[in-house]
Write a protein that binds this ligand. Structure first.
Ligand SMILES: Nc1ncnc2c1ncn2[C@@H]1O[C@H](COP(=O)(O)OP(=O)(O)O)[C@@H](O)[C@H]1O
Ligand SMILES: [Mg+2]
Length: 327
């Protein structure tokens, strides 16, 4: 049977939460921990180029340049077009010139990820922060999706919305994990506010470490290599171990068109080879999406009423005594 490596996507709808930094350091840490071939793909199409800058190296070919060869090359030919960092990581930017953006389609993404899975033991993807047909196809082709957020209310709220969007689009819950980055080192995983907002456990909290991150950016040296004993590097190490433990238990990927995209109206519009899905199939999915959405709205109204009741109860218990309220 052909080799099928694992694909891990790093995603999150907020910018500046650490997706690129985590993708890079996680990729290197997986290569170090497993001693295997790891590819890191910069698929953040809006701001491509961060990873080459953070790693201080230029990859030999971008995905856009490889497109004409995708039908004819195998894993060893792919490798011959790419340069590998001393850490064992092979970095592949999607494009170098923003005018190439229209070349990166869902079909290209699926075809390229399938080739990567046959070539590398692990492929880590910086998926950026937008829901587009390409990012949806990429997430669909991933064994594991790591959603990156911060611990502030707005970031958590966006993550809740992202989780619900992925659920509506039929992404299995077990292949999604949430990581909170740049958090105060005293915040713990069982924090009440975080857990009541997300309503699911967090895989890991990565501490705010401006010195470690700042130095690594200036020196263009990923912190898992330059500061392996820092708290941040050790926490990334824990993410690596948890991912390695979880990946073999997750289902294999089907790189062909999936139900996820059939359910996405934008994807339907842009896919000529989607004729197999009939109008009635599409309508049925749209109706079930609407029902999902209505149930979701009902649920959040119900939950916000419960939250308010809890707050009133707190008022009654503490009265107007500010000292009591602090306890
Ligand atoms: N754990 C952290 N501690 C301190 N600063 C961080 C941490 N993670 C990220 N940052 C800061 O956040 C900035 C944005 O990170 P980046 O990976 O580019 O985010 P994204 O890819 O989500 O837009 C970085 O330049 C860095 O200064
Ligand atoms: Mg980024």
């Amino acid at each position: 049977m052909a080799k099928q490596g694992y694909i891990i996507s790093i995603f999150g709808t907020k910018g500046g939460v650490g997706k690129s930094i985590i993708s890079l350091n996680l990729g290197i840490d997986i290569a170090r921990e497993t001693g295997s071939q790891v590819a890191l793909i910069d698929l953040d199409l809006s701001l491509n180029g961060d990873l080459e800058m953070l790693l201080g190296m230029t990859s030999s070919k971008s995905l856009a340049e490889l497109i004409p060869l995708l039908d004819s090359i195998d894993g060893s030919m792919l490798r011959s077009f790419l340069s590998t960092h001393s850490s064992g990581l092979t970095l592949i930017p999607a494009l170098r010139d923003h005018r190439e953006i229209s070349l990166i389609t869902e079909k290209v993404s699926r075809q390229f990820l399938s080739l990567c899975a046959r070539t590398f033991d692990y492929t880590v993807i910086d998926c950026g922060s937008s829901f587009t047909p390409v990012s949806m196809a990429t997430l669909d082709c991933s064994n594991l999706i790591l959603l990156i957020s911060q611990a502030d209310f707005l970031s958590l709220h966006q993550t809740v919305k992202t989780l619900s969007y992925l659920r509506i689009h039929h992404f299995p819950k077990e292949k999604i994990e949430v990581i909170l980055n740049n958090v105060h080192p005293k915040i713990k995983k069982d924090d009440r506010t975080i857990n009541s907002t997300l309503r699911r456990p967090v895989l890991e909290l990565l501490p705010s470490s401006p010195d470690t991150v700042g130095t690594s950016i200036i020196r263009r040296e990923p912190f898992v290599l330059s500061a392996p004993r820092s708290l941040l590097s050790r926490k990334v190490g824990e993410v690596t171990l948890q991912c390695l433990k979880k990946l073999p238990k997750l289902p294999n990927i089907d790189f062909r068109i999936s139900r996820t995209e059939v359910a996405s109206p934008t994807a339907v519009d842009t896919r000529p080879h989607m004729d197999a899905a009939t109008d009635s199939d599409t309508k049925k999915l749209q109706v079930s999406e609407r029902e999902d959405l209505i149930n979701q709205i009902k649920k959040s109204i119900h939950e916000s009423l419960i939250d308010r009741l809890d707050l009133r109860k707190l008022d009654v218990e503490t009265g107007s005594d500010p000292e009591k309220a602090k306890r």
